[in-house]
Design a protein around this ligand. Structure first.
Ligand SMILES: [Zn+2]
Length: 128
């Protein structure tokens, strides 16, 4: 990787951790969970943050089928975009399943995938 390449450290570290199967979230001293990168708790502004492992499976809270994507994903449509809760942490990701197989309340596990459009990594969910 070249020095000129712009890297969003917290986010890329989080994606690296997802890819390696060791994802984490940050928890403040008051038990508020949030996703990296964080220097302060978004709820109480505590700077006493610790990394904690993310649960391996979560529950799909909502999803929709996207036919008209943002330009970054225009070669990936149609896809199912969902929000899932892992413990106290919510992640948004693409569900790697046919839309007719997906239901709210499904258990999902997470990983990373690569956009066919621009080669960027994104969060992917698999039905567990
Ligand atoms: Zn807090």
């Amino acid at each position: 990787m070249s020095d000129e390449e712009v890297r969003d450290d917290g986010y890329d570290d989080f994606m690296d951790a997802l890819e390696e199967g060791e994802p984490y979230y940050v928890e403040c001293a008051n038990g508020h969970a949030s996703l990296p990168p964080r220097r302060l708790c978004p709820e109480c502004a505590s700077d006493d943050l610790e990394e904690a492992p993310l649960p391996e499976t979560g529950e799909l809270l909502t999803y929709n089928v996207t036919h008209v994507p943002t330009p970054a994903f225009e070669d990936d449509v149609p896809f199912v975009l969902g929000i899932a809760e892992f413990g106290d942490v919510r992640l948004t990701g693409q569900v790697r399943a046919d839309s007719e197989d997906v239901e709210v309340g499904d258990s999902v596990s997470f990983g990373t995938d690569i956009s066919e459009t621009n080669g960027e990594r994104y969060i992917a969910f698999d039905l567990a």
